[in-house]
Design a protein around this ligand. Structure first.
Ligand code: JB2
Length: 235
């Protein structure tokens, strides 16, 4: 049985999820000067006792009440998801539900305009850029090298994957996924829970819950087969 930390400070943080994305989250946190997280919680029991980026895997989410009782203050969502943002959103709501503060992470080598707004729990990874008067919601990943241009409006639980580029005044609805290296031309609206495939070039609006791929982007799945647009989405 792993021992939980006995003394937990005001700025203590737990990382929820211990896979690939968690490594990048921890790396960003350390680069940004956060204290080392006190631990990782992961659904896979076989990970218990392992160390990821020097951070111990303490157990599953079932430990949250005990850790909170010991003074745990904050959490970071360590789940990325290659296109489904729902598990990440559920983890975010779980942390909030335990009264924890979601940490906002900005890699020191990311650019964020002073006029941009970034929501709680969102992460700006290395070499990403969020330009003038852009608005980024809660629990959003602007992944490594992604560009969010001026006045973009990015809603909650969105993932702008590695190297994706959004032109000025693009709107991205909640839970949407913009694939690695995709380009969305200026002013285009991407609906809630829509998925833009890697490398796509999107020139016109994408309906909620649909999937588009290619250059120029074309529809390959409608709302009934596409993203997680259903009533079970956390509000
Ligand atoms: O409910 C959960 C839960 N469900 C899955 N609670 C907790 N605490 N952890 C959970 N997990 C854990 O998230 C899984 O057991 C697994 O260890 C981890 C997900 O790791 P994986 O490496 O599969 O995916 P990822 O989300 O970390 O990374 C994906 O997304 C990134 C953005 C990959 O596609 C990466 O390549 C990508 N960069």
């Amino acid at each position: 049985m792993l021992h939980l930390p006995t003394v937990i400070s005001d700025d203590s943080c737990i990382v929820l999820g211990g896979g690939g994305h968690a490594k990048v989250v921890i790396d960003c946190m350390l680069a940004a000067g956060f204290p080392t997280p006190i631990g990782i919680l992961d659904a896979r029991t076989e990970m218990r006792g392992l160390s990821i980026m020097g951070v111990p895997v303490l157990g599953s989410d079932d430990l949250l009440p005990e850790l909170c009782a010991r003074g745990l203050a904050a959490f970071a969502v360590g789940i990325g998801g290659s296109r489904d943002n729902l598990p990440r959103a559920r983890i975010f709501e779980l942390g909030l539900g335990h009264g924890l503060r979601p940490v906002q992470i900005r890699h020191p080598w990311s650019y964020c305009s002073a006029s941009a707004k970034i929501g709680p729990g969102s992460a700006l990874m290395a070499f990403s850029a969020v330009n003038a008067e852009a608005s980024v919601g809660a629990d959003v990943i602007v992944n490594s090298g992604a560009i969010v241009e001026h006045e973009c409006d990015i809603r909650d639980h969105v993932h702008i994957a590695t190297g994706a580029r959004l032109g000025g005044r693009v709107k991205v609805g909640s839970y949407a996924h913009i694939g690695a290296g995709a380009t969305v031309l200026q002013g285009v609206v991407i609906g809630d829970a829509a998925i833009v495939g890697a490398g796509a070039v999107v020139r016109k609006a994408v309906d909620p819950g649909t999937i588009v791929v290619g250059v120029p982007a074309r529809l390959i799945a409608g709302a009934d087969q596409g993203g997680n647009l259903d009533e079970s989405l956390p509000s």
